[in-house]
Design a protein around this ligand. Structure first.
Ligand SMILES: C[S@@+](CC[C@H](N)C(=O)[O-])C[C@H]1O[C@@H](n2cnc3c(N)ncnc32)[C@H](O)[C@@H]1O
Length: 287
């Protein structure tokens, strides 16, 4: 069987990803499809260009496009934009599990230090397919390995985004990661999204998205109303907001929005979009 480098020689846009790294193509597909809509939530021509270039059966694997990834992208774009406006000096953004996210360019290639942390095979794909930009630094490292924290600036306090990542970890790994971030990056902000326990269980039984694609197991699920308690138990972190995927753009998620107002359904099915602040207390400084 051809290894990745042999395939690359034949066709640089043919990818041989599987398991969790392959999931980076799923939000890319949905962001690219959003570009075909009049009422789009994001402007992401680069995502559309990548989908056109990459040799991969996007429609066969992921099926009909969904709005959920564009919602997550738009919510995190807005949070990062607002964060950058509050920074008096050149800011720092750290993206964990960035995959083929094109957020830096959606935000207009801002004058920031942008650190993209992902597994080595995912970073190799980014470097192969995305344009080089001097502001964007790649860190080929698991988010669970604290080594990435030494490879990104701690000052000024960064915005740390982990979209579509934490559900692939165990509960204890998520707690440890957030606690370490809180210790190392006082004054920073964090964004991440969540799935619920029933959805997590479904992925662990083998959630077939289409005939040709089964999502990898996502062990960490949490009900949206359990998030304040979960976050509150991590020292040094303050919850700024939790909303469900159905909340920010109800005109695009009509049925899901209606159902997510019913308490028991919201607890069972509503994924969360979470924004945190890391306290800047002296007792919370790096150890
Ligand atoms: C669902 S994709 C999300 C990609 C991107 N955030 C987006 O929204 O388009 C999950 C990403 O997490 C990365 N990932 C999985 N496990 C990781 C880990 N332990 N450390 C860092 N990244 C990881 C995968 O390689 C992949 O790029």
């Amino acid at each position: 069987m051809a290894d990745d480098s042999e395939q690359t020689r034949e066709d640089p846009a043919r990818l041989s990803l599987s398991g969790v790294p392959e999931t980076m193509l799923w939000p890319l597909w949905n962001r690219a499809a959003e570009m075909r809509r009049q009422d789009r939530l994001i402007e992401d021509p680069m995502a559309a260009g990548l989908v056109a270039r990459i040799t991969y059966d996007f429609a066969g694997r992921f099926g009909r496009p969904s709005v959920f990834h564009p919602i997550r992208a738009r919510v995190s774009d807005d949070l990062i934009r607002a964060f950058l406006l509050r920074q008096p000096h050149k800011a720092s953004v750290v993206v964990l599990g960035e995959g083929l996210e094109t957020q830096f360019w959606r935000l207009g290639a801002p004058d920031v230090t942008w650190s993209s942390v992902d597994l080595p095979e995912a970073i190799a794909v980014r470097q192969r397919l995305l344009p080089h930009h001097p502001a964007v630094h790649h860190v080929a490292c698991s988010a669970l390995d604290p080594a990435w924290m030494d490879a990104v600036p701690a000052v000024p306090a960064p915005f740390i985004s982990a979209a579509g990542l934490l559900m692939y970890f165990q509960d204890e790994e998520v707690r440890t990661l957030l606690a370490r971030i809180a210790t190392r990056f006082p004054g920073g902000e964090i964004f991440f999204d969540t799935i619920t326990p029933p959805i997590s269980r479904r992925t662990q039984r083998g959630w077939q998205i289409t005939r040709h694609y089964t999502a990898p197991p996502m062990p960490w699920g949490i009900a949206i109303d359990a998030l304040p308690g979960f976050v509150g138990a991590i020292p040094g972190i303050e919850l700024l907001s939790v909303q469900s995927y159905a909340d920010p753009f109800p005109q695009r998620t009509r049925l899901y929005s209606l159902l997510s107002r019913i308490g028991p359904l919201r607890r069972r099915f509503a994924g969360g979009l979470v924004h945190l602040r890391i306290k800047d207390a002296p007792g919370n400084r790096a150890g």
